[in-house]
Design a protein around this ligand. Structure first.
Ligand code: ZN
Length: 626
């Protein structure tokens, strides 16, 4: 065998790509491939492989056009599964067909990937090998059980009628004993890394035809779609309460499946519609996906973008720095929208990353999946607000300045003078009543054991309980609007929860409350959707008060001295921290105030554009966000 394989450069003018022919062979034979350069415009026939590269350690050699070539073990394993004893097959495989060491080639091949997946005869989606299948090419029991689960969940039945669930003591939902092993298999199935990788979105949406391969087993896209549709229809209507109870009981494989797969199926089903697809929309839709190169969180979606609004398209560029690439991509998204809703999100997972504060974590780093779900809920709640009325950013003011500074228009609405403790209700559920009481003390309301009648409208107590719910309640619907504003019944609901929380230890005498598993179950069975909504509103939030006595909920890092601003075009206000040094743009004489973004917030008095009434618009100013 010769030396390692050497690529010869492709000709971008002729839109060249490389294709791999996988030669026939027996299970244990060495894997042999040939590589050919073809013009994409000659309509070559091939299957495209979708897989994750996987661990870089333990790479394996294959033979590529009579030279040695090393691939990751995961790729090596799928090549072994795909190889036919008699026939060869022609494939497009990114790790082999793109010279990964050539950033120029990579930039324009990545720009062609949308077309490469749209034009393939079929995409083969490789979810991974079951490493317990020891015998050569044998059947995987885990994979076959996971496929059984898919079939059962796709049968369009009420969730409580699925044989995998049973109702135990005290109406608790449990996994039926005979299905425990299937659940385990399904858990493994949903946790294969393929579902998480951002590249797989276009690889699943664009091809005319798809085939899924999970170890020894095969299933169709239609099987997957039936499960998604069944869970969606039942989970948002007839079986909604059941679904919340499942979530609370951490039957997470089904829920994880839904969170991960539903947006993919939805995008595949709707992508060919006439509705234009923007990068902004796609990035939001797939905020839970991951990439090893951060810029790929945007670049991997470019093949699906059909509208750039007033912008020129974004092109992949692997030659610039990570920070530059991300900053440009986020700026494309906000200038396309003329709004700054894209800047909403947490800023607590960035570590020491050199990234401007105006870019939320989710656009460049891995956010824990629990947080992704909470953020998606918060964005959905925020989509019902209109803090900046109908005002958008003026295109001439919205600027990406030197070193990643963003110039934008804002209206300052207040200064934070006081903050309460942080609510960590998911980690420390038992502390919630104490936090509530401290918050009430901070703003000077004594609600006792919460009066039976709702407090008078507009009173501090009235604003307090509405703030706890972000003045919104989820509707039983899968379409916008997802929320309505609160009413008296919601007060009663909240009061009942409060009384229930306190009951185990006899109310206010207890300084600390310990919540038994039983009372936790009681709570969850009585009002799971309300509890879930409150957790979303309050998690890692703290109550704050402005100099005008207005109250709201802010990110945990907020502190007195921070300012509340409405950035034009954002439905929710932001907490900003003034920097000592002002910003002076090149060629400008006047310096403008500079800030860091702490995060978005809820401030009860201004969520529906109130700040812009009575000449508020006159106070709009341009600021610099670092
Ligand atoms: Zn149902």
């Amino acid at each position: 065998m010769g030396q390692g394989y050497q690529y010869s450069p492709l000709d971008p003018k002729n839109r060249q790509i490389r294709l791999v022919t996988l030669e026939s062979g027996a299970w244990s034979d060495e894997i042999c491939c040939n590589i050919d350069v073809v013009s994409f415009d000659g309509h070559p026939i091939y299957e495209a492989l979708s897989y994750v590269w996987g661990d870089q350690k333990g790479r394996k050699d294959i033979r590529l056009s009579d030279h040695l070539f090393d691939v990751t073990e995961n790729l090596w394993m799928v090549l072994r599964r795909l190889r036919d004893p008699v026939d060869s097959r022609v494939l497009w495989i990114d790790a082999i067909c793109i010279n990964q060491k050539d950033n120029n080639e990579k930039s324009y091949q990545v720009a062609m990937m949308g077309e490469i997946y749209s034009s393939c005869r079929k995409a083969i989606i490789w979810l991974g090998e079951d490493l317990d299948t020891t015998e050569a090419g044998s059947k995987s029991i885990v994979a076959s059980r996971a496929c059984d689960m898919l079939e059962m969940l796709g049968a369009d039945r009420h969730l409580d009628q699925l044989p995998c669930f049973s109702t135990g003591d005290g109406q608790r939902t449990e996994i039926s004993e005979e299905y425990t092993i299937h659940f385990e298999a399904f858990r493994e199935f949903v946790s294969v890394p393929w579902w998480k990788r951002i590249w797989v979105i276009q690889e699943m949406v664009l091809p005319k035809s798809l085939k899924f391969l999970y170890s020894s087993e095969e299933f169709s896209y239609e099987a997957l779609k039936s499960v998604v549709q069944g869970l969606r229809i039942h989970g948002t209507t007839c079986c909604k309460q059941y679904r919340y109870a499942l979530r609370a009981l951490a039957f997470d494989p089904i829920l994880t499946f839904q969170e991960q797969v539903e947006p993919m199926v939805f995008t595949r089903e709707t992508w060919t519609d006439q509705t234009p697809t923007t990068l902004f929309y796609l990035r939001r839709q797939f905020s839970a996906s991951q990439a090893s190169q951060k810029r790929d969180l945007f670049y991997a979606l470019l093949g699906l973008v059909t509208s750039w609004g007033p912008n020129t398209p974004l092109y992949p560029d692997y030659r610039i720095s990570q920070k530059e690439a991300i900053t440009q991509a986020v700026f494309k998204c906000i200038s396309e929208q003329g709004g700054l809703e894209f800047l909403q999100g947490e800023r607590i997972f960035r570590g020491k990353e050199d990234m401007p504060s105006w870019i939320p974590d989710a656009h460049f780093t891995t956010v824990p999946s629990q947080w992704v779900i909470v953020e998606q809920r918060r964005l959905r709640i925020a989509s019902g607000f209109s803090a900046s009325a109908s005002l958008r950013q003026d295109a001439s003011e919205l600027t990406l300045a030197a070193n990643g500074t963003l110039l934008c228009q804002t209206l300052k609405v207040g200064n934070i003078v006081d903050v309460g403790p942080v609510c960590e209700a998911l980690e420390h559920f038992e502390e919630a009543p104490d936090i509530f009481r401290e918050w009430m003390q901070m703003i000077g309301i004594g609600m006792g054991d919460w009066p039976e009648q709702p407090p008078p409208g507009g009173s501090q107590a009235d604003i307090f309980w509405k703030t706890m719910l972000n003045d919104s309640v989820e509707l039983d619907t899968s379409e916008n609007p997802f929320y309505r504003r609160t009413n008296e019944d919601d007060y009663t609901q909240l009061r009942n929860l409060w009384l229930m929380l306190l009951s185990p230890l006899g109310g206010f005498l207890a300084s600390k409350l310990s919540l038994s598993l039983k009372s936790h179950d009681d709570l969850m069975s009585q009002a799971p959707s309300t509890i879930y909504h409150i957790l979303v509103c309050l998690w890692h939030r703290r109550l704050f008060r402005t100099e005008k006595g207005w109250i709201g909920l802010a990110p945990e890092n907020s502190c007195p001295g921070d300012e509340v601003h409405v950035l034009l075009g954002s439905p929710a206000p932001f907490i900003l921290r003034r920097l000592d040094e002002s910003f002076k743009a090149d060629g400008q004489t006047e310096a403008i105030p500079a800030y860091n973004i702490i995060g978005n917030a809820y401030l009860h008095e201004i969520m529906f554009g109130e700040a812009f009434k009575n000449d508020g618009e006159k106070s709009i100013q341009t600021i610099a966000l670092s």
